[in-house]
Structures are given as structure tokens and as C-alpha cells.
Design a protein around this ligand. Structure first.
Ligand code: PAF
Length: 281
């Protein structure tokens, strides 16, 4: 695995690798890799000739009161895991490399960026789209792999790619869960034993939604109120949002008649977790 710390090094490694029309897949990450990330790497490995992974804890997507400094960093371990998965190129730039002194340009997907997590985390998606656009310019991937767990992020990135004509296919990969159903996330590492148990309420609320949907319920308001009742069983978990929206524009849906995203975010202690399910009538 070739490890590149500079943009020029990564760009030329990817250009060389792409010779003879070889397909390049990119898995953008912030490191602290878990099975969820590795499932993206495996999907890229199965579909592409060359697999590039980026590890960059992107400061511009963290709010001033968020966990940038304590975000888990395990570079050596991440490298070992990526080697084992047969990754070809690892791009791991410094903050200075990604954001040159005086950088004032941003990529913003207006409107979408203020919905779901964007409402709770102002500026978050502006940071995500800016860094993902930069990664696309550096690596020039044919396909890029993202987890369905970050459903709002996926919608915002898909829209950016569509609106700005990035020549890249966005591939969404299913949520990977722990044995007890908790969606895998680097932030799960912050949870103590009690919080880890309480965190299961996110998944339970979505299971209740699925159960009612399968029983024929189509009213978003009724599904939301049933899910909120599930949260009453864990009073120490603070619900941020529970929304039923269309998966592309993230607008609330009243009556479910097409593919619909049910997304939840909640604070377990100080850790904010997200999860979702897609309902298909
Ligand atoms: O999903 C993530 O880990 C990050 O938001 C991403 C896409 C790597 C951009 O920093």
C-alpha cells in the first residue's frame, strides 16, 4: 500500500494507477476504522481495479463545541487493517496540506445542507462537501463509496455530484451493525457500558417504525409518535430528531407512498449517534 501525505503525490499515484482505463474506487474516511468502513473498502475492492482510501479528520465539518480534538485517531492500526484488505493507495494528508493558509472557498449544497444533521450541526455539511469535493479532485475516482448510515450526508454528496457534474459514481453501502443491532460508528468508542446499552433505543425506535409500517401504517405523524414513545423508555437519551423524509431532498413526508427515509439522531450522554432505515412500500 502506497501511503501519500501530499496532494501531488496522491494525484500522481492515482493517475499512474489509472493507466490502461483501470477503474479507481475511493473510500473517504476519518480513520478509526471499523467493520462499517471495511465493508466500503471490500465493496470498492470487488468493483474496482485500484482502491484508494483517505484518512483525514476534517476540521471544517466539526462545530466549535464538537469533538474534533478527542475524535479517535489510530493511524497505525488503520494502516494495518487497510493493508489486510488489499488497499492500493492511502491518502493521509495534514490539515495544512488540505487547507492552505488563507483558504476561503467552500462547496455548499444550499437548502439540503440545513436539513436533518445539518440543522443540528450548522456548517457541518459545508465542511463535508468541501472536503469531499477536494478529495474527488485529488484522487479523481471513478466510484466513491459511502455508508448508508450517514443518509443525509449521502443525499448532500449525491446532489453535489449531480449539480457540479463530478464524473464519479456514488455507491451507497448498507449499514453494518454490532451483534445487538447498534449501528457501527467511530463514536461508539465514547460510550461507557450503561450508555452502550441505552444507545440501543435508536435501533428499537426504527424497528417499531418498521413493524408498524409492515402492519400497514402509512401516516408519518403516527409513525413518529410511536417511535417517540419508544424513546420514553430511555429518559436519559435525548432525542435530537426523528424524521420521515424523502431520501433525495430530505423533505418531510406526510403520507408514505414511495421510497422513504426514516432517520433518527440522539444524544447518549454527550455522544451524538445517528441511525436510519429506508421504507419501501
Ligand atoms: O463520513 C465521514 O467519515 C466523513 O464525513 C467524510 C465523508 C470522510 C468526509 O470527511
Amino acid at each position: 500500500m502506497k501511503i501519500c501525505a501530499s496532494i501531488s503525490e496522491a494525484r500522481s499515484a492515482c493517475r499512474d494507477a489509472r493507466a490502461n482505463h483501470r477503474r479507481v474506487g475511493l473510500v473517504p474516511t476519518m480513520g478509526a476504522l471499523h467493520e462499517g468502513h471495511l465493508s466500503l473498502v471490500r465493496a470498492a475492492r470487488a468493483q474496482c481495479d485500484v482502491v484508494a482510501v483517505s484518512i483525514f479528520v476534517n476540521p471544517t465539518q466539526f462545530g466549535p463545541a464538537e469533538d474534533l480534538s478527542k475524535y479517535p485517531r489510530q493511524f497505525e492500526r488503520d494502516c494495518r487493517l487497510l493493508e489486510q484488505e488489499g488497499v492500493d493507495i492511502l491518502f493521509a494528508p495534514s490539515i495544512e496540506e488540505m487547507y492552505p493558509q488563507g483558504a476561503i472557498s467552500w462547496v455548499v449544497v444550499e437548502g439540503l445542507s440545513e436539513k436533518l444533521d445539518g440543522r443540528s450541526r450548522p456548517g457541518h455539511f459545508r465542511g463535508v462537501t468541501t472536503v469531499v469535493a477536494k478529495l474527488f479532485h485529488v484522487i479523481e475516482p471513478d466510484a466513491a463509496y459511502f455508508g448508508q448510515k450517514d443518509a443525509a450526508q449521502l443525499a448532500v454528496i449525491r446532489r453535489m455530484v449531480r449539480d457540479l457534474d463530478f464524473p464519479v459514481e456514488i455507491v451507497a453501502c448498507p449499514i453494518v451493525r454490532e451483534a445487538d443491532g447498534l449501528a457501527m460508528s467511530s463514536r461508539n468508542a465514547y460510550l461507557n457500558r450503561e450508555e452502550r446499552q441505552r444507545a440501543l433505543v435508536l435501533q428499537r425506535s426504527l424497528q417499531e417504525t418498521q413493524r408498524q409500517f409492515q402492519a400497514g401504517e402509512r401516516s408519518a405523524a403516527r409513525l413518529i409518535s410511536a417511535a417517540k414513545e419508544v424513546f420514553l423508555s430511555e429518559p436519559q437519551v435525548r432525542l435530537d430528531y426523528f424524521e420521515v423524509v424523502d431520501p433525495e431532498m430530505l423533505d418531510p413526508v406526510e403520507h408514505i407512498s414511495g421510497r422513504t427515509l426514516v432517520a433518527v439522531a440522539a444524544f447518549v450522554g454527550t455522544t451524538r449517534l445517528i441511525d436510519n432505515v429506508v421504507l419501501e412500500p
